[in-house]
Write a protein that binds this ligand. Structure first.
Ligand code: ADP
Length: 302
């Protein structure tokens, strides 16, 4: 199958008063359709430059890039490729629906199509409550989600996302991650530059690591991290039961790695407090948590 994104010997350098900066060194990269590729690397490693070249906003100094078989600046890419830049949004005086109407016009979408999709994404990305408020009054998370809505408006087959969850609270990040999973199921190819390693781990099929503009590492998560061995997780045993189970495991050639007290993750607690109607089963530490957070729903208490 032809690659959705193909980059050959792509390099970008910037001239400044201090000399020349090699933002990207000659780079080869192919991304399969429907893949979510995480782009990792420290600040200044070239992630944004790579995304800007693919979005047609930065000309390469050498080499070439193609998305869906066409160069980044081909007019068809306006609707085929969605780009969410890292920085702040322009036109802060517009409301979210006005901003998306403007984005739709820029993308060449008919008004009614743009309006219908804008309504859908404002709901899905939980921006409906902002009503007619100007974008400049939005929180960082709301701006990020609006920028993502704009990138999704044309139903692009390739999405280029620069730090889409930076500054979002955990629930906002979870919504964005759900949307990206849905896009992958729909066959969209996603390039995701992020510093959120846990999100990258949860979401991405493959990752590349850039450093000083050069591609240092590429692979699937299983290749890079190794495959987890099968493990048995049990709960509810007495101390004696645990001892017997551990002994049996050793007898059968297994290794008992650790016996740990079950912990709840902070995310589950946060989600429960912020949106009790979405809450998953009661927290094991619910009574203690309820003492610390007296405002939370107390459906696990007598
Ligand atoms: P990242 O997104 O990984 O933080 P960037 O792609 O933004 O990295 O930057 C890569 C390098 O290119 C950095 O050294 C940065 O300072 C430099 N750079 C990026 N854009 C410009 C520009 N317009 N002019 C000069 N240098 C730039």
């Amino acid at each position: 199958m032809a690659a959705a994104i193909s980059v050959q010997q792509l390099a970008v350098s910037f001239r400044s008063r201090g000399g020349t900066v090699a933002a990207l060194q000659p780079l080869d990269l192919e991304v399969a359709p429907g893949c979510i590729l995480g782009v990792l690397g420290p600040n200044g490693s070239g992630k944004t430059t790579l995304l800007r070249v693919l979005a047609g906003l930065q000309a390469p100094t050498q080499g070439r890039a193609e998305l869906l078989g066409l160069p980044p600046t081909h007019p068809r890419q306006r609707q085929q490729v969605g780009y969410q830049p890292e920085g702040s949004l322009p036109f802060g005086v517009l409301s979210a629906p006005e901003f998306l109407a403007y984005a739709g016009a820029t993308l060449g979408l008919p008004n009614d199509t743009a309006d219908a999709r804008a309504a859908l994404w404002l709901d899905r990305l939980e921006l409906r409550h902002a009503g007619r408020r100007p974008v400049r009054t939005f929180s960082t998370g709301m701006r990020k989600r609006l920028a993502l809505a704009a990138a999704l408006l044309a139903e692009p087959r390739v999405l280029l996302l620069d730090e889409p969850t930076a500054g979002l609270d955990p629930l906002g990040s979870a919504v964005v991650m759900d949307v990206l999973r849905e896009r992958r199921t729909a066959g969209t190819t996603v390039l995701l530059a992020s510093h959120h390693l846990l999100e990258i781990e949860e979401l991405c099929d493959e990752v590349v690591v850039l450093q000083d503009g050069a591609l240092r590492l590429r692979g699937t998560l299983a290749e890079l991290l190794g495959t987890d061995a099968d493990a048995l997780v049990v709960r509810g045993l007495s101390a004696e039961g645990l001892q017997r189970l551990s002994a049996t495991a050793e007898e059968l050639g297994g290794t008992v790695l650790r016996v740990a007290r079950e912990r709840q993750h902070l995310f589950a607690l946060f989600r429960r407090l912020a949106a009790p109607q979405l809450a998953t089963p009661p927290l094991a530490t619910g009574a203690a948590a309820a003492q610390k957070f007296p405002g939370q729903r107390t459906d696990q208490q007598p």
